[in-house]
Design a protein around this ligand. Structure first.
Ligand code: MRU
Length: 352
């Protein structure tokens, strides 16, 4: 579906390290990292060396296996007490993407289901579980691609925000999966517009990079140019990812997504959120309860500039995500199909 050669997140063949591509260096430098220490894995998630909700979840799952491998305990309860501490530490790396907590919970449930077995067997089960979650992520993204691809027709302009691509998942991406699948099916002559995505430029650095690597006709724009592009009739479809979807369909995604959704509604352009069900948080009634990560002011004032571009001491507003109300969303594409409002009923029909 996608020829993208970079392995975003994996366990080393020896089973002793988390292997990621350092996304802070892309697209100029492709550098693979081998991380073993918990503090390095935490730091990689916090600094966005590995980022994107599904990829963060898989990195944390592999990180938990690596942590479990090092636990020295007399019995299962002692093992689980240390496991819980290490889980809480990794969970503190970023607050918004529910996939992080989902993956850590899956790992804990796996360990608990092996109570009574020798500790090396529990650790072996955790390794298998992390790899199973990784495989499942690939399958879910492929299925999102199959369900979303028919939305893409020849001659269309498709706009996306941030990077919900292969670099944000194990492979294929969520918002990019329909794009890669459409290309594979031979849909010709469509263009993908990438918002650059200030302040961390995931659209410019990552989405434009991976789409071009995959031979997709790609056009980069600054975030403030989307309105004029839509006004000219050059966008027929918007596909974005999500970090957490509340059970009423409100969807948190990269800051700026809400603005794109409002514009799409204004111009009558279908706006779809693409996400695996691991991104749906049925415990969250609506988007108002989703914690929005606040990040360092320097990301706005000086990062990416050759010299600082804002007055010293200026107060900075730098939320990493915003919440798009379900009323602005045309549909939510998951591995099960396309959910339409009312979303809670659709999610429950999928067994969530
Ligand atoms: O801060 P980031 O780069 O981790 O934010 C990523 C996004 O907002 C993505 O759109 C989202 O995680 C979905 S990735 C399939």
């Amino acid at each position: 579906m996608s020829d993208f050669a970079i392995n975003t997140v994996d366990l080393s063949p020896e089973g002793d390290a988390l292997c990621i591509v350092d996304q802070t260096l892309l697209p100029g430098t492709v550098k693979m990292l081998r991380l073993t220490a918990q503090k390095d894995i935490w730091q990689a998630i916090y600094t966005l060396q590995v980022r994107g909700a599904p990829a963060i979840g898989i990195a944390a799952a592999i990180g938990m296996y690596l942590a479990a491998k090092e636990i020295v305990a007399d019995d299962f309860d002692g093992f689980m007490a240390q496991f819980a501490e290490k889980k809480a530490y990794l969970a503190s790396a970023r607050p918004t993407a529910v996939n992080l907590f989902w993956a850590l919970d899956q790992m804990e449930a796996c360990a608990l289901s092996h109570r009574g077995e020798a500790l090396p067997a529990v650790v072996a089960a955790l390794r298998a579980e992390a790899m199973c979650l990784r495989e499942e992520d690939i399958a879910m993204c492929k299925a999102i691609g199959r369900h979303g691809a028919p939305l893409i027709q020849p001659g269309m302009g498709v706009l996306t925000h941030c990077n919900a691509g292969a670099l944000a998942t194990v492979a294929y991406g969520t918002a990019t999966a329909p794009i890669y699948r459409a290309k594979e099916l031979g849909v010709q002559n469509f263009t993908v517009y990438c918002d650059e995505t200030r302040p961390l430029l995931q659209g410019a650095r990552l989405t434009a990079f991976e789409l071009m690597q995959n031979g997709v006709d790609t056009c980069l724009l600054c975030d403030n140019m989307a309105a004029s592009l839509m006004q000219q009739g050059r966008v027929q479809l918007v596909l974005v990812g999500a970090d957490r979807i509340a059970r009423n369909g409100d969807a948190a995604n990269k800051i700026g997504t809400l603005g794109v959704a409002i514009l799409a509604a204004h111009y009558g352009i279908p706006f779809y959120v693409c996400a695996p069900t691991s991104t749906i948080d049925m415990a969250m009634a609506d988007g108002g309860g989703i914690e929005i990560e606040q990040r360092a002011p320097a990301e706005v004032t000086e990062m990416w500039y050759q010299k600082r571009m804002a007055p010293e001491g200026v107060r900075v507003y730098n939320p990493a995500f915003d919440v798009t109300g379900h009323g602005l969303i045309t549909g939510i594409i998951t591995q099960h199909g396309i959910a339409k409002a009312p979303y809670e009923a659709a999610f429950r029909a999928w067994g969530l």
